[in-house]
Design a protein around this ligand. Structure first.
Ligand SMILES: Nc1nc2c(c(=O)[nH]1)N[C@H]1C(S)=C(S)[C@@H](COP(=O)(O)O)O[C@H]1N2
Ligand SMILES: [Mo]
Length: 351
């Protein structure tokens, strides 16, 4: 078989690599927001781009293999080798994850390593392009034939992606129970016995209920502060926490319906967002309608929340990724606009 017939021309390979990597980065970061099945296409696109990259990268590496002879190493070439190694590592860890792999790296695991290697591709690729960039026009020289080759490649990627589910099932790997987000199940319905995670480094001292109140304020007629014993608990709901670091856990949660707190507080006409704030400064806002259906939980599967899971009160936000489920909540604030600083706070609250 002559593989050259199926291989795009060299410049078209380079641009194909660029598009695949850019798509992988955008969709990889995009997975952070995928909470419902309607957004699952982001992850499908990530996977198919990854498969396309698996096909293209060897073509490129084969073409440039003679350039890395030891005597000819320059700064630009060392950079290219680093990029090749890093991109390969990102692909290997991604595929390994799909088929149920695990790694114990202290507080981190295989999924973190995949994320780190993937993000590192961005600066390495930008630096690489500073040395070696060709106009897209030269890539168009065999435009029609290359377009057909790429269509075939993307179609192949889609078929391979479709097949990995049945293959995982048949081999009964730890990748078989993945959700559409890529996350794998951990400790569902087992009370507090599911992983404790913080987004970056949030790790407060245990909260003493004697020094704690929940304040409800902002754009409301009746601002209130509740002691733990005064909280109007009695609501419950089943919801699935899906962390962006690759695990999910489903539980019955008990506590206060945020809608009940809002009804008592009586938001004004401009109220559009509800911000949940942790004792650590970590905070996140939900649109007011979504916030009404959220729960502030005091218990999980009937057990009082452990400190790690946010005792005395943590947000349960169905259909939203775990980083939005604020732990150790001490304030609910109704606002007109969402605070932009939240984005910084979720990274810096632990520092
Ligand atoms: N205050 C605070 N709340 C937080 C976080 C945090 O770092 N600080 N991490 C979030 C993330 S990323 C996830 S996945 C969930 C994890 O909840 P758990 O530790 O109960 O499993 O909490 C969220 N709530
Ligand atoms: Mo998370």
């Amino acid at each position: 078989m002559d593989w050259r017939r199926y291989t795009p021309s060299p410049r078209a390979v380079d641009w194909g690599l660029f598009v695949a990597v850019a798509t992988l980065l955008a969709t990889g970061i995009g997975t952070i927001f995928v909470g419902t099945v309607a957004a699952a296409w982001v992850i499908d696109l990530h996977a198919v781009s990854g498969i396309v990259l698996v096909c293209l990268l060897p073509v490129k590496l084969w073409r440039v293999r003679h350039r890395v002879a030891p005597g000819r190493l320059t700064g630009a070439r060392v950079l290219s080798v680093a990029l090749a190694v890093d991109a390969t590592g990102a692909l290997v860890t991604g595929v390994w994850w799909l088929f149920g792999g695990s790694l114990d790296l202290g507080p981190w695991g295989l999924f973190h390593l995949h994320t780190a290697l993937g993000l590192l591709v961005a600066p390495l690729l930008l630096a690489h392009l500073r040395y070696r960039v060709h106009s897209p026009a030269t890539a168009m020289r065999h435009g029609r034939r290359d377009a057909i080759r790429y269509a075939g490649l993307v179609a192949t990627g889609a078929v391979v992606w479709r097949l990995q589910g049945p293959v995982n099932d048949a081999l009964d790997t730890a990748g078989a129970d993945r959700r559409f987000t890529g996350s794998r199940e951990e400790g569902s319905d087992a009370g507090n016995r599911f992983p404790v995670t913080s987004w970056v480094a949030d790790d407060p001292d245990p909260v003493d209920p004697a020094d704690w109140t929940l304040t409800v304020g902002g754009r409301v007629a009746n601002g209130t502060a509740y002691d733990l014993a005064d909280l109007p608990t009695g609501a419950s709901g089943r919801a699935l926490l899906d962390c962006t670091s690759g695990w999910y856990s489903e539980h019955d949660w008990q506590g206060v319906r945020v809608g009940d707190l809002l009804d008592a507080a009586d938001p004004d006409d401009a109220a559009a967002w509800v911000q949940f704030r942790s004792v650590t400064g970590y905070r996140w806002s939900l649109p007011i309608e979504a916030a009404r259906d959220a729960l502030l939980a005091t218990r999980v599967d009937g057990d009082v929340l452990s400190h790690g899971h946010g005792y005395p009160l943590r947000l349960v936000a169905p259909g939203r990724r775990g980083f939005q489920w604020v732990k150790w909540v001490e304030s609910v604030r109704v606002t007109e606009r969402r605070e932009v600083g939240e984005w910084l706070a979720i990274f810096l609250s632990g520092v």
